[in-house]
Design a protein around this ligand. Structure first.
Ligand SMILES: Cc1cc2nc3c(=O)[nH]c(=O)nc-3n(C[C@H](O)[C@H](O)[C@H](O)COP(=O)(O)OP(=O)(O)OC[C@H]3O[C@@H](n4cnc5c(N)ncnc54)[C@H](O)[C@@H]3O)c2cc1C
Ligand code: FES
Length: 282
């Protein structure tokens, strides 16, 4: 059991939890994730370890409530316990000392790039972060990133915060200003990562993406998280979650992510009905 030590809301349907997890905090490298289960019959939810506090023996996870399991998790409060938190899983980010890195986070993807940006700074890198959201309400971790990296650029689709436009517009702007990067790290919705890769590939800028396929066991045994990278089959849970973006087959991954849409929608509908019934009977 992992007790929830604190909870705050970062954006609509996005909660940050600090939870007990001393052994995970001790071992975790930036880029790694945990698989969480809230109850015996609950689904396994892969979530990036956004931050660790080794002294307190705690880890932070940032959760966007998109379906039944993540909404169920976000309904928990301080003092509640999470049944299982398995990890750290996956390979840590390969961070090179003194690298010039552009970390791009779209929506909840910023929770994934934040620890990578911190890791790059810890190795004396020069780090620029581009943080995108649909509107100002969906921009997360701006303050936390400003405290760590050299420069933060915010973009929103509607211009309600930062520059109006997409994260790729900001990257294009930086490159036009003459900025040079050893690496771009992009994490967010698949179309966003695909667009970043389309921009950097012809320029030959190394680009790392963190993939979020459906996962079941998280051990490389079930095949649920299979992706094609450079024509080879890889398992995101053990070979990733980070890959060379120039080699990822985003279209195949998108199709696999859509495979259970109907079942996911039905599961969310039943969950919402149950929550509504409980509210009426209370
Ligand atoms: C390595 C890894 C790290 C992740 N880190 C985080 C994190 O730090 N914070 C976070 O909020 N989420 C993260 N995710 C995504 C998260 O695991 C899924 O959103 C979650 O499993 C959805 O479960 P659900 O039952 O709530 O929704 P489901 O009922 O399974 O899905 C509902 C809808 O959510 C969308 N969805 C489902 N799975 C994904 C996915 N993997 N990526 C994008 N959209 C999806 C689809 O549109 C789907 O129809 C990560 C995924 C992986 C593989
Ligand atoms: S989740 Fe089963 S192989 Fe990766």
């Amino acid at each position: 059991m992992h007790r929830i030590l604190s909870k705050d809301i970062l954006a609509p349907d996005v909660a940050r939890f600090w939870i007990e997890g001393a052994h995970i905090a001790r071992k975790r490298k930036p880029g790694q994730f945990v698989i969480v289960r809230t109850s015996e019959d609950g689904e396994r939810i892969p979530l990036t370890i956004a931050d660790v506090d080794k002294q307190r023996g705690a880890i932070s996870i940032i959760v966007q409530g998109v379906g039944k399991s993540t909404k169920q998790l976000n309904a928990l409060n301080v003092g509640d316990a999470i049944l299982d938190v398995a990890g750290p899983l996956g390979r840590g980010t390969e961070i090179h000392p003194n690298a010039r890195v552009c970390c791009i986070g779209g929506g909840i993807g910023t929770a994934v790039v934040y620890p990578i940006a911190c890791g790059a700074k810890a190795l004396h890198g020069q780090v620029v972060a581009i943080v995108g959201g649909r509107t100002k309400d969906f921009v997360i971790l701006e303050k936390e990133l400003r405290a760590v990296v050299d420069r933060v650029i915010v973009t929103t689709d509607d211009g309600s915060a930062g520059a109006k436009g997409l994260v790729t517009d900001a990257l294009r702007g930086l490159l036009a200003e003459g900025a040079t990067f050893d690496e771009v790290v992009a994490v967010g919705p698949l179309p966003m990562m695909k667009a970043v890769v389309a921009l950097t590939k012809p320029l030959g800028i190394k680009t790392t993406v963190s993939l979020n396929p459906l996962m079941v066991d998280g051990t490389g045994m079930c095949g649920g998280c299979r992706v094609s990278v450079g024509g080879e089959q890889k398992f995101v849970c053990v070979d990733g979650p980070e890959f060379n973006g120039h080699l990822v087959d985003f279209d195949e991954l998108g199709a696999r992510l859509r495979a259970y849409r109907e079942q996911e929608a039905e599961s969310l509908r039943l969950y919402n009905e149950r929550v509504a019934c409980q509210a009426i009977s209370n």
